[in-house]
Design a protein around this ligand. Structure first.
Ligand code: NDP
Ligand code: OXD
Length: 321
């Protein structure tokens, strides 16, 4: 199929993102596939593929010839927020570029807490020179990763290279070199007792919503070298109970947190997180979806699907991720 008119059209629905780079990128990578920017494409029978970030609810169900939905994120909770989601395959982002970015972020934040970054930045503001003579070794710290999928398993391997002990928790049992793996409800308590710094890379599903709550923090180990544990959430804001995080910091159930994601994004200017001395905030910036690394593989999948080949990186609709 080389004729312009024969290849299905792509619908781009990008809530809150600037479409320019994506339009340009698809124009270059798939000159034979016209692209429509939502909402002009509503009900257009020539649209075969939708590429979405937080598509407006109901938009996709109007497309009579939609063959597949491509999520512009690794997480797909934003796709499932649509009560009229059509029953077509959903492809999510699995990309070495995104994985590398996330592992950089995890290593950065784990090292920052391990090497007392928040304390030294506060001292600098106060012009205080206070030397810590005792430095912990990475090998004395266990990092516990919640979610051992594409992102969690890569972060685990990189933290091992940095010398940390690593444990992890997933829905199903994993075997990862040098990582103590726990699974399911039965594995949660021993996992929570195993680590000093917790990194959350879970998807947001009905099962994981609100999982980061007071009860979970109370079950985390307090016996490690950091005293109370550190929490780093780069998964989704819906995983966390934000009032419980603030209370846990104040009560000493958690010693510090890094949050990349929030229940409401952007974070409201009056949120108490902004000025809390034990909170590090990044603006949903852990691992960006970058047009230059994602568009080529997406177009290749569309072409392969048109030839009758199977799509890859499909979402399990029942599991929700
Ligand atoms: P994957 O689907 O590859 O991995 C998800 C992991 O979570 C799997 O190990 C899975 O277990 C585990 N899991 C799911 N449900 C449960 C549960 N109920 N109990 C225990 N474990 C569970 O996803 P990715 O690694 O690609 O991405 C993870 C998440 O990271 C995304 O869903 C997204 O929300 C977030 N993300 C955030 C970004 C940011 O910039 N902040 C950027 C990219 C992603 P199992 O292996 O047994 O299936
Ligand atoms: C993602 C994200 O899910 O950017 O990829 O949050």
């Amino acid at each position: 199929m080389t004729d312009n008119t024969q290849k299905g059209r792509i619908l781009l629905a990008l809530t809150g993102w600037s479409p320019d780079f994506w339009l340009d990128g698809f124009g270059k990578a798939a000159p034979d596939r016209p692209v429509t920017l939502e909402p002009d494409g509503e009900a257009d029978p020539s649209i075969h593929y939708a590429v979405v970030w937080k598509q407006p609810p109901g938009l996709l169900s109007k497309l009579p010839n939609l063959k597949a939905i491509f999520s512009l994120g690794a997480g797909v909770d934003h796709v499932f927020n649509d009560p009229d989601l059509p029953e077509v395959p959903i492809v999510r982002v699995v990309s070495p570029d995104l994985t590398t970015r996330m592992s950089e972020y995890v290593a950065w934040q784990v090292l920052d807490h391990h090497r007392l970054g928040p304390r030294y930045r506060a001292q600098q503001v106060e012009r205080v020179w206070h030397e810590d003579r005792e430095q912990r070794a990475a090998a004395d710290i266990t990092v516990g990763i919640m979610g051992l999928g594409e992102l969690g398993s890569d972060a685990a391997a990189k933290l091992r290279v940095l010398g940390f002990q690593v444990s992890g928790w997933a829905r199903t049992q994993k075997q990862l070199d040098g990582v103590t793996c726990y699974a399911g409800a039965d594995g949660l308590s021993p996992f929570l007792a195993s680590a000093d710094i917790f990194v959350v890379l879970l998807p947001l599903t009905p099962e994981t919503r609100n999982i980061l709550n007071r009860d979970l923090f109370a079950r985390m180990s307090k016996r490690g070298p950091l005293g109370a544990p550190v929490l780093i959430n780069a998964g989704r804001g819906g995983l966390q109970n934000e009032a419980d995080i603030l209370a846990a910091l104040d009560e000493g159930l958690l010693s510090a947190v890094t949050l990349d994601v929030f229940q409401q994004e952007p974070l409201a200017p009056n949120s108490p997180f902004w000025s809390h001395p034990k909170v590090t905030i990044t603006p949903h910036a852990a691992a960006a979806s970058v047009p230059s690394s994602l568009i080529g593989p997406m177009v290749a999948q569309m072409d392969a699907h048109d030839r009758g080949e199977k799509l890859i990186n499909l979402v399990d609709r029942k599991a929700g991720y």
